[in-house]
Design a protein around this ligand. Sequence first.
Ligand code: ZN
Ligand code: ZN
Ligand code: ZN
Length: 136
Amino acid sequence: MGIFSKKSTHCTVCNKETKRTHKTKKEWNFEGTLCTDCYMKTMEQYYNGTFKQKCAICSAEQKITDLWEPRWQWDMEGLLCKKCFDSKEIDFNHKKEYCSQCGNKMNFFRYNPKDEWKMDGQLCRKCWDEQKESRK
Ligand SMILES: [Zn+2]
Ligand SMILES: [Zn+2]
Ligand SMILES: [Zn+2]
């Protein structure tokens, strides 16, 4: 105690001052340190499937078993609720089929923008040519 006491930190969950801290696990998807109580609780919830987490898009809290992992092509972190997962999928498929510039449905031929163009989605031939032209 006194001057020999270690610097204490606050638990991210209950905000109580704690000397004995535990690091969160990567799959819990939140940062910070936990007190022993919260650590045990989170661990238990996680294994019982009652652990709750926020959807990465709409922030609604859901049981982790009701959350979906985003597809790797979406290039995002965290977990999604069913609603956001579905709309993300529709959005993603839409982007795959429609030119991100003019919005026209693309036929079989579609073109990926160059990295340096820093664009999302794919382009139809016409827009791709235009982009290329405008960046000369
Ligand atoms: Zn705590
Ligand atoms: Zn959501
Ligand atoms: Zn286009």
